[in-house]
Design a protein around this ligand. Sequence first.
Ligand code: 4NP
Length: 157
Amino acid sequence: MYKVLMVCLGNICRSPLAQGILEDLAYKNKITLHVDSCGTSGWHVGNAPDQRSIEIAEKHHIDISSQRARKFNTNDFKSFDKIYVMDTSNYTNVIRLCSNKKEAEKVELILKIINQKEGRSVPDPYYGGKNGFENVYKLLYSACEEIIKKIPLDHER
Ligand code: 4NP
């Protein structure tokens, strides 16, 4: 089964949403996919997603409330086929932990898949208002639609 990991800093705002959206799209498209998320920091380990992420997901009929934050670890390079990071800082933090080219090639900025021009980072909404979360949702939804289209067929069924 194809396995996708979503990574952000705290694993409470962006990557839980990315996980929820991709799981939902996989289900709706009848694609068997394993999706997980984590943070490069351990600041929120064991915590549920931020209430604002839970609410924006709920608004789109996705339940992410049972997710719990965990920290990225080097086993993730082996366990997952693809590792999508939310911003350039996440990218640096993950890449510095990889031990070979094969592992490094699994890591990609998630917005690269939709050719997002402005910096190619999903903005960190943690210190902002609710609009930030709506924007994050829209960006991640567009990216996840493309991810679903690109799941290699030999993994899919
Ligand atoms: P996330 O957002 O990386 O999208 O989960 C953040 C969550 C928490 C913090 C920063 C960003 N923090 O500083 O605690």
